[in-house]
Design a protein around this ligand. Structure first.
Ligand SMILES: Cc1ncc(COP(=O)(O)O)c(C=O)c1O
Length: 408
C-alpha cells in the first residue's frame, strides 16, 4: 500500500530502511509516525460493514487498517518479495488465521510432525475438532509428504528450519508435491527469515512469520504476519484479521518497523556469531552433538547451502550424560550463565538458551505416530536438546560464558 513500487535494484539493507515508509505529509517527520488512533474521520458515504472493504481504502478503524501497521506490512512485503502482507497480534495469530481461513470441514491438511509447539497442539486437537483431517508427517522426507496427500488435501504446512529440531524441508520440491493435487503450500519461515530464504520465490503460496523473533529482533514486541498474493490475502484480511480481530497493536507495529531497519545487518552478525559458537561447541568435552545448518555436520548441510543464504542464529546441542543429567546441566546453566539468558523465545539481540526434554515435549506437543517419525526425532534430539538462540553480543563473550557455565 505504501511505497510498494520500489526501485528493483534496491539492496536488502536499503529496503529494510526505506520500504513502506514515507515522511509525514503534515509535519514532514522523517521517521514513521506512531498512529495510535483507533478511528479515523471519514466521508459520510463510508461503508459500515467490512464487506466492500479493499486494502487500498482509506483508514476507517484500526482493526481494519492503520497507517503504522500499513507501513510495517509494506516493509515486510518488500523484504519477503511478496505482493502483500497481513499483520497479526502474534505469530500464532498469523498461523491460526491462515489455518482457519483455508480449511473447512471435510478438508484435509498435511502438517509437519514437528513444528512450533502451539501450532502442533492446535493441529492435534482444535482444528481436527472442526471436521478437518490432519496428517502429521516428517516433511523433510518428500516421499512421506507425497504419500500423505489425498484428493481433498487443501494445504501442506511446513517449518524450515523447524522448531526445535532445526530439521530442514526442501521448499521448491514440497511446493511441486503440494501443487500436484491442487493443495497450497504454507511455510513458517520464522527461523530462516527472508535473509536466508524467500519461500514465495521457491513456489510456496503463503509465508508465515512470528515478528516477535528475528524480524522485530529486540524481544520487546509480539507480532505476526502472513504474506502472499494480493488475491489470496484480500479475503484472509477481511475474514480473519478484520472479523476475528487478532489485530497487531500500532505500537508493536512501530517497534517492529524500527527493529526491521537493521534486520539484514543483524542477521549477518547472528550467523557469524552462531557459526563461531557452534564450531566451539563441537570441540567442547561436555557436548555430545551440535546441530547447526551452517556446519558440515548438519545432516542436511547440502540442502542448507542450496536453500539458505544465511544460516541464522539457532543452534541445538546435546550434552554428555555420563556424569550429569541434562536437567542438572540445565539448572546449572540457568544459575551460572551471566551473558546468555535462560529463557524461551529466540531471534533477539540478547542470546537465549532453553532445555527441551524429549519425553516431555513428545507427550505434550509432538505426538509422533510412526517409528520413522520417532527415529528422525531421535536422530536430531536424542534425550533432549539445549536450544540456543545466538544473539548479537561478542562471540568471544558468548563462548566464555558457555565455557564457564558448562564446566562442572
Ligand atoms: C517457528 C515459530 N512459529 C511461530 C511461533 C509463534 O510466534 P508468537 O510467539 O509470536 O505467537 C513461534 C514462537 O516461538 C515460532 O518459533
Amino acid at each position: 500500500m505504501y511505497k510498494t513500487n520500489l526501485p528493483r535494484h534496491w539492496g536488502e539493507q536499503t529496503k529494510a530502511v526505506h520500504a513502506g515508509e514515507f515522511p509525514d505529509p503534515v509535519t514532514n517527520a522523517s521517521s514513521p509516525n506512531l498512529v495510535m488512533s483507533t478511528t479515523f474521520v471519514v466521508d459520510a458515504d463510508t461503508t459500515f460493514s467490512v464487506e466492500g472493504f479493499e486494502e487500498s481504502n482509506a483508514c476507517v478503524y484500526t482493526r481494519w487498517g492503520n497507517p503504522t501497521i500499513h507501513q510495517l506490512e509494506a516493509k515486510l512485503s518488500a523484504l519477503e518479495e511478496a505482493e502483500t502482507a497481513v499483520a497479526f497480534a502474534s505469530g500464532m495469530g498469523a498461523a491460526s488465521a491462515l489455518l482457519f481461513h483455508l480449511l473447512k470441514a471435510g478438508d484435509h491438511a498435511v502438517v509437519s510432525d514437528v513444528a512450533y509447539a502451539a501450532l502442533s497442539e492446535i493441529t492435534n486437537e482444535m482444528i481436527p475438532a472442526l471436521g478437518v483431517a490432519i496428517t502429521k508427517v516428517n516433511t523433510s522426507d518428500p516421499e512421506a509428504v507425497r504419500a500423505a496427500l489425498r484428493p481433498n488435501t487443501k494445504l501442506v504446512y511446513i517449518e524450515t528450519p523447524c522448531n526445535p529440531l532445526l530439521r530442514l524441508t526442501d521448499i521448491a520440491l514440497t511446493a511441486d508435491i503440494a501443487h500436484s493435487v491442487g493443495a497450497r503450500l504454507a511455510v513458517d519461515s520464522t527461523f530462516a527469515t527472508p535473509a536466508a530464504t524467500k519461500p514465495l520465490q521457491l513456489g510456496a503460496d503463503f509465508v508465515i512469520h512470528s515478528l516477535t523473533k528475528y524480524l522485530g529482533g529486540h524481544g520487546d514486541a509480539l507480532g505476526g504476519a502472513v504474506l502472499g498474493s494480493r488475491a489470496d490475502l484480500a479475503l484472509l484480511r477481511k475474514q480473519t484479521a478484520i472479523r476475528l480481530g487478532g489485530t497487531l497493536s500500532p505500537f508493536n507495529a512501530w517497534l517492529i518497523l524500527r527493529g526491521l531497519a537493521t534486520f539484514p545487518i543483524r542477521m549477518r552478525v547472528h550467523e557469524d556469531n552462531a557459526l563461531k559458537v557452534a564450531a566451539w561447541l563441537e570441540t567442547c568435552p561436555e557436548v555430545k552433538r551440535v546441530i547447526y545448518p551452517g556446519l558440515p555436520s548438519h545432516p542436511q548441510y547440502e540442502l542448507a547451502k542450496r536453500q539458505m543464504r544465511n544460516t541464522s542464529g539457532m543452534i541445538t546441542f546435546q550434552t554428555n550424560t555420563d556424569r550429569e543429567t541434562p536437567q542438572e546441566t540445565a539448572r546449572r546453566l540457568a544459575q551460572k550463565l551471566q551473558v546468555i539468558h535462560y529463557a524461551v523465545s529466540l531471534g533477539h539481540h540478547r542470546s537465549l538458551i532453553f532445555y527441551l526434554d524429549s519425553k516431555a515435549v513428545l507427550q505434550t506437543s509432538f505426538k509422533l505416530s510412526t517409528p520413522e517419525q520417532s527415529a528422525s526425532w531421535d536422530a536430531f534430539a536424542g534425550q533432549g536438546i539445549f536450544r540456543l538462540s545466538v544473539g548479537l553480543e561478542d562471540a568471544d563473550d558468548l563462548i566464555a560464558d558457555l565455557e564457564q557455565a558448562l564446566s562442572k
